[in-house]
Unconditional design. Structure first.
Ligand code: ADP
Length: 370
C-alpha cells in the first residue's frame, strides 16, 4: 500500500495508463504524464478542454452513455472502447474505465483511466457491438410494426362493419352508396397491408429447422392460390424439387408470393410458369420463370425493398411480398434475385443449402447435376 501522497503521485505519474480527472460535463481537470505517450499531448494542453471533443463522432454516443452510466452508479467502474484523436490528427483506439468519485471529498471528479489497445481487436469488438445494436433495433422495430398493425386492425374492422350497417339501414342515394363502397374498399386494402405486415413480423429465425419437401411446399402454395390459378388459366409446370432444411410455412410463403406475382404481373399472352431446381455446389438453385411483363434491369434490386412497387393501383398489391421472400431466404442462409428484361418475362431465383442426407433419397438428380 502506498503510504504518502508523494507515493500515490509517483504511481500515477509513472503508470503507462493515462489517468485523467473530468467533471460531470466531461471537462478535463487533470491528465497524467503518460498522455504524451498515448495521445501526443502534453497534459497541460488538455486542461479545460472537453474530453468528448477528442472522441471520434461514431463513438461519441456510446461514450456519452458510459459517462451517464458512471454518473448514475457512483464508484462502479464502467468500461468502454473508443477512437480518440491524437495531437497529429490520427485516431487511436483506447480502452477506458470511468469511475464516478464526485462524492469522494478528496477527489470530487470522475476518474478516467485509459490505455491504447490493438486496433484490429478493437475493430472486431466494435463490429460485434454494432451487430448486437442492429439486431436489437431490428427486433424492436418488428415488435413495433406488429403492435401497430395489430392495434389498427380493430378500429378498421369497426369502420367497415358500421359502414355496412349504415348502407343497409339508411336510404342512401346512388352517389352516397358509391362513397360507402370507396370507404369499404379502402378499409379492405388497408386490412390487406396490415395482414401482410403482421405476417412479415411473424417470421422468426429462432425456431428450429426441419426437412421440408419443396415440391410439397410449392403444391401447397398452388392450392392456396387455386382461385387465381383457375381464373387466369395459368399453366404451371413443376420439375422435381428437393427436400431442404427450413420451416414449412415460410417456404410455402416464398412459393406463394413468387407464384402469385408471376400470375399478377402477366402480359397479354396466356400465363406460363415453370418451377425448376438445379444443384450447384452445396446449394440448390430454385427458379420460378414466368412469361409476364418483366422488370427493367435498374429495378432488379429495388423490388425486394419493403413497400417498393413498380406498379400503381391498376395491379393490386402491398409491396411486401418480395421483401418477405428475401427475409425468409436470407434467414436460411440463401440469396434471392431476379433475372429479367422489360417485356420478356421474369425468373425469380433463390438458393437454399442442400441437405445431403435428404439428397441421398434422390439419386438421379444428385448424380446428374451435383
Ligand atoms: P406487390 O406484388 O404486393 O406489389 P411484391 O413485393 O411482391 O409486392 O413485388 C414488388 C414489385 O415487384 C411489384 O409491385 C411489381 O412491380 C414487381 N414484380 C414482382 N414480381 C414480378 C413479376 N413476376 N413480374 C413483373 N414484376 C414483378
Amino acid at each position: 500500500m502506498p503510504r504518502s501522497l508523494e507515493q500515490f503521485q509517483a504511481l500515477v505519474e509513472n503508470s503507462s495508463d493515462v489517468i485523467s480527472l473530468v467533471d460531470q460535463e466531461g471537462q478535463i481537470l487533470y491528465a497524467s504524464a503518460s498522455t504524451a505517450a498515448v495521445l501526443g499531448y502534453q497534459p497541460e494542453e488538455l486542461l479545460g478542454r472537453n474530453g468528448l471533443d477528442l472522441v471520434h463522432p461514431l463513438d461519441r454516443d456510446h461514450t456519452v452513455r458510459t459517462l451517464q452510466k458512471a454518473l448514475a452508479e457512483p464508484k462502479l467502474p464502467n468500461r468502454t472502447q473508443a477512437r480518440v484523436r491524437q495531437k497529429d490528427g490520427k485516431w487511436r483506439w483506447v480502452e477506458s474505465t470511468a469511475s464516478n468519485l464526485l462524492d469522494e471529498p478528496h477527489v470530487g471528479a470522475i476518474v478516467i483511466n485509459y490505455r491504447q489497445i490493438d486496433s484490429r481487436r478493437a475493430e472486431e469488438e466494435e463490429r460485434q457491438r454494432l451487430v448486437e445494436e442492429l439486431t436489437r433495433c431490428n427486433a424492436e422495430l418488428e415488435a413495433f410494426a406488429h403492435t401497430v398493425a395489430h392495434d389498427l386492425k380493430e378500429p378498421l374492422h369497426t369502420i367497415s362493419a358500421f359502414t355496412q350497417i349504415l348502407v343497409k339501414k339508411a336510404q342512401l342515394a346512388e352517389a352516397d352508396r358509391d362513397i360507402t363502397t370507396f370507404i369499404i374498399e379502402g378499409v379492405r386494402r388497408m386490412s390487406t397491408v396490415l395482414d401482410d405486415l403482421l405476417s412479415s413480423a411473424k417470421i422468426s429465425f429462432s425456431d428450429s429447422l426441419h426437412p421440408v419437401n419443396l415440391e410439397f411446399a410449392a403444391s401447397q402454395a398452388m392450392e392456396n392460390l387455386k382461385e387465381a390459378v383457375t381464373s387466369s388459366g395459368a399453366s404451371i409446370k413443376m420439375e422435381p424439387l428437393p427436400t431442404v432444411q427450413g420451416k414449412q410455412s415460410d417456404l410455402v410463403r416464398v412459393f406463394q408470393n413468387l407464384l402469385s406475382n408471376a400470375i399478377k404481373y402477366r402480359s397479354e399472352s396466356a400465363v406460363e410458369i415453370q418451377v425448376t431446381a438445379e444443384r450447384i455446389g452445396g446449394d440448390w438453385v430454385i427458379r420460378i420463370r414466368d412469361n409476364g411483363i418483366g422488370i427493367r434491369r435498374e429495378d432488379h434490386n429495388r423490388v425486394f425493398g419493403l413497400f417498393r412497387r413498380l406498379h400503381s393501383e391498376e395491379i393490386p398489391g402491398t409491396g411486401i411480398g418480395l421483401a418477405v421472400c428475401k427475409k425468409i431466404v436470407e434467414g436460411l442462409g440463401g440469396t434471392i434475385w431476379v433475372e429479367s428484361e422489360a417485356g420478356s418475362g421474369s425468373t425469380f431465383c433463390f438458393t437454399v443449402a442442400a441437405d445431403v442426407a435428404a439428397d441421398r433419397d434422390w439419386p438421379t438428380v444428385c448424380s446428374a447435376k451435383a
